[in-house]
Design a protein around this ligand. Sequence first.
Ligand SMILES: O=C(CO)COP(=O)(O)O
Length: 251
Amino acid sequence: MRHTIVAGNWKMHKTYSETHTLLDELITKLPSGKEVEVIVAPTFTNLASAVAHLEGTNIQVAAQNVHQAEGGAFTGEISAQMLLSVGVETVIIGHSERRHYFNETDAVLADKVNTALRHNMRVIFCIGEELKDRESKQYLNVIFNQLTDGLFHLSKDQWKNIVIAYEPVWAIGTGETASPEQAQEIHAFIRQEIERKYDKNVAENTSILYGGSVKPSNAKEIFSKPDVDGGLIGGAALVADDFIAIIEAAN
Ligand SMILES: O=C(CO)COP(=O)(O)O
């Protein structure tokens, strides 16, 4: 069964004390017992303490990246085993900022996915076109290639640990959102291509999140689309009331 998920990607924001202040606000204000799965992704230095802090709550913790190697001489990198050792079982892979600023290619991302899945982690895999791809009407090709190169080597069984986040690059941090219709078009396309490659069961059971300037004011309309199963939230996830309003909109 696919889940409705609202995940906050905190990117390179929040120090240790700011992280704990925000987590405390979420713990205090978040209504319990709802259907939506809530995930937060603080930066690496705050993962272990966030996991400890959130013990006994319904809020899960994800990492924003993982290295593809099991370990070794990779200065500055973090392995899947290290994440698991502090209780982090979900990881965001392929965010457009990683692709763009850190030159993460489709081949590297496919390797990262393999490593995370080998460790039984859940992957939130990000895909999305740039503005130039939309303007040249190549966006479906770009999405298709990202899916193929990043994920279509996986077995059916491995898909139970895959969540997709569609994040059009032109909508990230810009205040410009894909319209609900634009989001639905891509989400339905992604699901159709998963079905074509695998089967209806895999397609129907994969959660596909939308990301890109989701705010309390536009969340409900975007989440109401049939193939949108929640969101991956950047800026608005850094403010407890906004993040909670977005979670409420997904309920
Ligand atoms: O990149 C995002 C989440 O991963 C979206 O960021 P914004 O919500 O700030 O546009």
